[in-house]
Design a protein around this ligand. Structure first.
Ligand code: OAD
Length: 257
């Protein structure tokens, strides 16, 4: 597939001092991590993310919820960063300042070489106590697929004996304040903002590109499908992030690839 990168976008990136990437589940899709809008499969086909990703669900059935997150953590540990993660990391070596703001709870941006990634929705590998919020160190190695079905008992806190919960932001919870403030600051100061692989459905993250668009920043969307951001983005690059992002890098910095 030939990807055409608009010359105006190439020019904007040549002079950009600060570029922000806001990423969502679509950026990890080509690493084999299902997005939230994909139907759940296998062991989990009877459930939806909205049913499992809440404090109420954990209170009702913590073994079900912990089992689901450990299964997802296992998928992430077996996955590798893809060409989109790598291109985003490579762009940081060409532009004075790059911020990666992600809604993803995996660590694929970091494993591709991006630094200081802002995780707006937390991280699978940073669990903490449901009762006292003390961070919990996970056992090294890849977790096993929960045995005998989908339930798995969560470990207990070594300070208060409470149950350990996944280190992610659940529906109805506040985003981590420091990450959110840093994300807003980055969007307030950037010259170009990319929204890559996100459905732009979940607030407040979906509002970040609009903050930039209001300042007449160059907003670029990379997505095979249309979203509510289409009409606000100056450029809609339609296609898979793993194809578009490396093609964009090659078009803007041909001598460096
Ligand atoms: P979604 O699952 O809502 O959307 C994934 C987006 O990725 C869709 O717009 C797809 O069209 C697009 N997509 C799929 N494959 C792609 C590819 N190869 N390249 C580029 N784009 C692709 O994921 P998010 O927008 O990240 O929140 O969802 C936002 C939040 O909703 C998640 O962080 C999660 C969820 O509920 C919490 O858990 C709090």
């Amino acid at each position: 597939m030939t990807v055409t990168i608009p010359p105006e976008l190439i020019a904007a990136l040549h002079v950009a001092k600060k570029v922000v990437f806001l990423t969502g589940a679509g950026v990890s899709a080509e690493s084999g991590i299902p997005t939230f809008r994909d139907a759940m499969t296998g062991l989990w086909e009877r459930y939806s993310a909205e049913q499992l990703a809440t404090a109420d669900a954990f209170t009702r059935d913590r073994e079900l919820v912990w089992g689901w997150y450990e299964w997802r953590r296992m998928q992430v540990m077996k996955a590798e960063p893809n060409a989109a993660h790598r291109a985003i990391a490579a762009i940081a070596s060409q532009v004075a300042s790059v911020d990666v703001i992600t809604q993803n709870v995996d660590d694929l941006h970091e494993r591709a070489g991006s630094h200081n990634v802002l995780h707006l929705h937390g991280q699978l590998n940073r669990p903490f106590c449901f009762a006292c919020r003390q961070p919990h160190a996970l056992q090294p190695g890849t977790p096993d697929e929960p045995e005998g079905g989908r339930r798995l008992a969560p470990p207990q806190c070594n300070r208060c004996n409470g149950y350990i919960r996944p280190g992610v932001v659940w529906f109805g919870e506040m985003l981590p304040e420091a990450e959110w403030n840093a994300a807003v600051e980055a969007c307030d100061a950037c010259d170009v903002l990319f929204s890559v692989g996100t459905s732009s459905l979940v607030q407040p993250a979906a509002g970040l590109p609009l903050l930039a668009a209001r300042r007449r920043v160059t907003v670029v969307q990379v997505n095979p499908n249309s979203t509510s951001l289409d009409s606000h983005a100056r450029f809609n690059l339609v296609g898979a992030a793993g194809v578009i992002m490396p093609a964009l890098f090659d078009a803007v910095w041909p001598a460096s690839s």
